[in-house]
Design a protein around this ligand. Structure first.
Ligand code: B4P
Length: 190
């Protein structure tokens, strides 16, 4: 059976991490979140983590070669996986091309890009809410949250066209209760 490799896409605060938790359980997939992997490196105070922290706290993207290397290692260490949910990756054209190269070499391509769509003002609210409990510097300050949304609009959102050209782009309304949004994702996966 072919692998269920999915890109879960959307702006910061769209619900990618939240919905991934449901989907990995339902479909038995491996969750690969570059945000979580980077925060793990920061916690361990690795050289990579120290370099990434400054960029993340400012709301900037971490360089492509770093995140691509992390994803490559993770894919190689889960050869048994039924499929992967890529959460927060790819975020640039170079990352999308690298991911295609890695997966196509194994004949296990991305089957769909599920793109959660949420208005900017709702995103700002959600990030501020999470900032109260997460301790994440990038959530706590409204200006940084808005900068992350602007970086998404400029550098990441054009990837919709990349996946559209492959016939894999599926927009999903990301406003509603958690269950409603899970249902929409499950229907799209089919
Ligand atoms: P991420 O960790 O990917 O953070 P995120 O965009 O905020 O998404 P996350 O998945 O955590 O939040 P979610 O929407 O689920 O990235 C952080 C930083 O790491 C980036 O800014 C960048 O610097 C760096 N980085 C990561 N990947 C990179 C890459 N590939 N290349 C370069 N740099 C990279 O949830 C947000 C909040 O909304 C939660 O509190 C949740 O409870 C709430 N929420 C979710 N669904 C809701 C709903 N339906 N209604 C109301 N609230 C909801």
């Amino acid at each position: 059976m072919s692998k269920l490799n999915i890109v879960l896409f959307g702006p910061p605060g769209a619900g990618k991490g939240t919905q991934s938790a449901f989907l990995i359980q339902r479909y038995g997939l491996v969750h690969l979140s570059t945000g979580d992997l980077l925060r793990g490196e920061i916690k361990e105070e690795t050289e990579l983590g120290i370099a990434a922290k400054e960029l993340m706290d400012r709301g900037d993207l971490v360089p492509d070669h770093i995140v691509i290397g992390m994803i490559r290692n993770k894919i190689e260490s889960h050869l048994e996986a039924k499929g992967f949910i890529f959460d927060g990756f790819p975020r640039t054209q170079a990352q999308a091309e690298a991911l295609d190269e890695m997966l196509n070499a194994k004949s296990e391509p991305i089957v769909a890009m599920l793109a959660l769509e949420v208005p900017d003002e709702e995103l700002v609210k959600r990030l501020a809410n999470r900032g109260k409990s997460s301790g994440r510097a990038d959530d706590q300050d409204e200006a940084t949250a808005r900068k992350r949304i602007a970086v998404y609009t400029r550098e990441t959102s054009p990837l919709k066209e990349y996946y559209k050209a492959q016939g894999k782009f599926m927009p999903i309304n990301g406003v509603g209760s958690l269950d409603e949004i899970t249902d929409r994702l499950v229907k799209a996966i089919g």
